[in-house]
Design a protein around this ligand. Structure first.
Ligand SMILES: Cc1cc2nc3c(=O)[nH]c(=O)nc-3n(C[C@H](O)[C@H](O)[C@H](O)COP(=O)(O)OP(=O)(O)OC[C@H]3O[C@@H](n4cnc5c(N)ncnc54)[C@H](O)[C@@H]3O)c2cc1C
Length: 453
């Protein structure tokens, strides 16, 4: 064997896996076709729980040096109702950060190298070596175009949504998927409002959703997530439609006032959230390669870091033993069980619909009740499960208040309630099914069948 682990992809999932393995004394080679620093189509908000993951990897100091401000305050505004508050701390960290991917990913690559991983940039993986049903290596090319091989007992595909490794394994078809109801259009602005540079803000207006997150370089990231049905409006002149949509959210327009758009408007459309089979004999898929959630709740980088690190930590002691495949499977199960509820909650927000009267009532209650805003923010922060935010008692109280308010028609409130109850029940049933039943079989090049090592 040439090395002990080959990791394909060097961004959040790949670097995190490599750091954990290298720290445990394992030899790791990371192959990425990119040359760092390198950008990618992704916004980059991290809640405190994501910042804590950087800290666990020993990458936080390098990431902070990129220069993004700390964001200890979260704020959301819809229909004139504004909630504003702080997060619970995770590992003592109570602030989010929004670091452009060029700097964030380069800091992760540097941390992986410092931990002892060999990162080979400009190396594109084109094939897998599969022997007796086990993945035992990769084929890849470098700048000279010559195909090379590298062998190891474990190949980790951390190569993103369009994962080559998943394709080569035949597991690219998700076993659970949800097309997003929203698209992404984003750009960077100079920021004239220094007093707001500690706050991450979201605006909702009807079905429109816009955000402003202060980031490094003195810039402000403004991401719009209109309903997917509006993508056609952006097709002709994306910039004009981007600016028109900002105007439809006066609070967002005010936040951007005095600043200038730097560079163009970038987009991601046709987004789908999913779970793919993510482990088998000699292989695993952390990060987007195996599981993706719509960007509306900004969870992807945190989960890529966390489950990359957990994968590395879990396999390091068993790499050369018969326990490797069972360990990979246990890691995959854990990620699925941990992430399913957040996936379901994210899909609800990604549906591209206006806030319901009950969601608005929750905002109103949070304005009055100390601690409720923090609980709301903590769902994004992964310090609170979505189901813990509105239990049956609070649900009934919110419904009663919404009905008594009389500003929404009774039927709109009751319709929202009935839909909420149906979604809550069906999501809970899905989670129960998942806890009770094993993962569906994978039918690729290297399947679930136990193989001799
Ligand atoms: C529009 C948009 C906005 C988002 N906003 C946020 C946000 O605000 N906050 C957040 O937390 N998440 C966000 N996400 C999600 C986030 O981008 C991903 O979850 C995260 O990048 C996953 O990291 P990863 O390491 O798994 O994959 P990636 O970051 O996609 O990295 C994959 C790497 O693999 C390499 N690679 C691919 N194929 C090969 C090959 N054949 N050979 C060698 N190398 C290869 C690529 O070069 C790349 O460097 C957003 C996503 C999108 C699309």
């Amino acid at each position: 064997m040439d090395t002990e682990v080959i990791v394909v992809g060097a961004r959040p999932a790949g670097s995190a896996t490599a750091i954990a393995l290298a720290r445990a004394g394992r030899r790791v080679v990371v192959l990425d076709r990119a040359h760092f620093p390198s950008d990618t189509i992704s916004t980059h908000l991290l809640w405190p729980g994501g910042v804590a993951e950087l800290s666990r990897l020993g990458a936080l100091e390098r990431v902070e040096a990129v220069g993004a401000p700390r964001l200890p305050i979260g704020m959301a505004t819809s229909d004139g109702v504004t909630v504003r508050g702080r997060y619970s701390t995770v590992d003592g960290i109570g602030y989010g950060m929004c670091v452009r991917r060029t700097g964030l990913d380069a800091a992760l690559v540097t941390t992986a190298r410092a931990a002892g991983a060999e990162v080979r940039e400009g190396s594109k993986v084109t094939g897998l070596i599969v022997e007796s049903g086990r993945v035992t290596g990769v084929r890849f090319t470098e700048r000279d175009g010559v195909e090379r091989q590298l062998r190891a007992p474990l190949v980790v595909g951390a190569d993103g949504r369009r994962s080559t490794v998943a394709k080569l394994l035949g597991v690219q078809e998700p076993y659970r998927r949800q097309p997003s109801g929203r698209a992404c259009f984003f750009g960077y602005w100079t920021d004239a409002k220094t007093e707001w540079r500690n706050t991450a803000i979201q605006w909702r207006a009807e079905a429109e959703l816009g955000t402003a997150f202060p980031c490094d370089g003195g810039l402000l990231l403004c991401l719009l997530q209109p309903p997917e049905s509006r993508v056609a409006d952006f097709r002709g002149d994306a910039l004009a439609e981007y600016l028109r949509t900002i105007k439809a959210m006066p609070g967002l327009a005010e936040r951007l006032r005095g600043g200038e758009l730097v560079g163009g408007v970038r987009s991601a459309t046709g987004i789908e959230s999913y779970f793919r089979r993510s482990s088998g004999p000699g292989w695993a898929l952390p990060g987007d390669a195996g599981h993706f959630k719509d960007p509306v709740t900004a969870q992807g980088i945190r989960d890529a870091l966390r489950y990359g690190r957990l994968l590395g930590e879990a396999v390091a002691p068993v790499l050369h033993t018969d326990e490797l495949d069972a360990t990979l499977l246990a890691w995959e199960r854990r990620r699925e069980i941990d992430c399913l509820e957040v996936y379901q909650w994210t899909n609800g927000l990604a549906a591209g619909e206006p806030m319901t009267p009950l969601e608005l009532e929750l905002f109103r209650a949070a304005r009055k009740r100390d601690g409720l805003t923090t609980r709301l923010l903590d769902v994004y922060n992964r310090a609170l499960r979505p189901a813990e935010l509105v239990g049956p008692v609070r649900g009934i109280a919110l419904t009663a208040t919404a009905l008594a308010r009389g500003t929404e028609s009774r039927s709109a409130v009751l319709k929202a309630l009935s839909r909420q109850v149906r979604t809550t029940v069906s999501n809970a049933l899905e989670r129960r099914r998942v806890r009770r039943h094993p993962l569906p079989p994978s039918t690729g090049a290297a399947t679930d069948r136990p193989t001799r090592r």
